[in-house]
Write a protein that binds this ligand. Structure first.
Ligand code: ADP
Ligand code: MG
Length: 309
């Protein structure tokens, strides 16, 4: 069972000595496996993953499209059930819960931000932000609301409907909604995937601040090295397995790891890659294989469950 444990971690990347410190596990996956279909058509989306999310950390989960990022998140956020293996949120064994306590756990202990903002179009920004509390019939902590709204710069947008907001503003509303009930963990599935670089930086900066200033635990799925560079720790998935992990990597550390772990015709290798990465540039424009599908019907139904159930 999770709880406090001692881990050996290298706080300063590859250069400094390992440090032993006490951390709290916010969520744990043990032997997590998820298969879809059967017989010849079986797809192993997740293959025996052991993974701890550390409380108060910003964790990025990286991997190309189809590597199992969303599946891992859906299982760890109690949105879906594994084929085998177990998930704990804090000390709660998620698999042991019946539907009603499961819905309650999701509503009260987990916050979500998706690639598609999933705001309710007929509600104002304020109404969208407090929606999880309205659904749960809980009062709004106005002090907390004010703090979040001010950090996100949404003060003068609260009476606007989503259609009257830019993409960046809509995603900031979604971030505020995710934090409103002070969840144990905020999960973001490609939260900057639909944003221009300026809006993406705002959202990433907010997620970073929520860890630094509110001690929020954040887990973000991304295929973008720039987004992952805001995190404390990046875990790399490939074909449903965790294949590597970096602590406090720079943008170029992440690009180098991606080139090594996910070789592809579009990812430069060897000396060519070194030249590019030393200059601090990014991988070339053609990254078709990295682009996740835009929102699918399945993702929409998962988002509904996460946000409105
Ligand atoms: P990622 O988020 O990294 O793109 P996913 O977790 O969405 O990856 O998918 C992992 C694998 O599982 C892919 O091969 C995908 O096609 C498959 N998969 C995901 N969801 C389903 C589903 N509902 N039915 C069948 N296959 C699925
Ligand atoms: Mg995905």
């Amino acid at each position: 069972m999770p709880g406090e444990r001692k881990v050996k971690r290298n706080l300063y990347g590859r250069c400094a000595a390992d440090t032993v410190e006490r951390v709290t596990v916010a969520a744990r996956a043990k032997g997590l496996t998820k298969t879809y279909g059967s017989g010849d058509a079986v797809v192993t989306a997740l293959d025996g993953v052991d993974f701890d999310i550390v409380q108060g950390e910003f964790t990025a989960i990286m991997g190309p499209s189809g590597s199992g990022k969303s599946t891992l998140m859906h299982l760890m956020a109690a949105l879906d059930t594994p084929t085998s293996g177990e998930v704990w949120l804090g000390d709660t064994a998620v698999g042991s819960l019946a539907d009603t306590p499961l819905t309650k756990l999701r509503r009260e202990r987990v916050g979500f931000v998706f690639q598609a903002f999933n705001l309710v179009p007929t509600l104002t920004a304020r109404e969208n932000i407090v929606l999880p509390l309205s659904i749960a019939g809980k009062p709004v902590d106005e002090e907390w609301f004010d703090r979040i709204v001010d950090v996100l710069g949404l003060r003068d947008r609260l009476t606007h409907k989503p259609s009257e907001l830019s993409g960046g503003q809509q995603q900031r509303v979604a971030c505020a909604r995710a934090l409103m009930n002070r969840p144990d963990i905020v999960f973001g599935d490609e939260p900057t995937g639909n944003l221009d670089s300026t809006s993406a930086a705002e959202v990433l900066t907010f997620l970073r601040r929520s860890v630094n200033e509110f001690n929020q635990t954040v887990v973000m799925l991304t295929h973008d090295a720039h987004a992952a560079s805001y995190a404390d720790r990046t875990v790399f998935l490939s074909d449903g397995r965790i294949v590597d992990e970096l602590r406090n990597p720079s943008h170029s550390d992440l690009l180098r790891a991606m080139a090594r772990l996910y070789p592809s015709p579009f990812t430069p290798q060897g000396p060519e890659a070194d030249g590019i990465y030393r200059d601090g540039g990014s991988i070339p424009e053609r990254r078709d294989d990295w682009l996740d599908d835009v929102e699918t019907t399945a993702e929409r139904s998962i988002a509904r469950r996460a946000l409105l159930d």
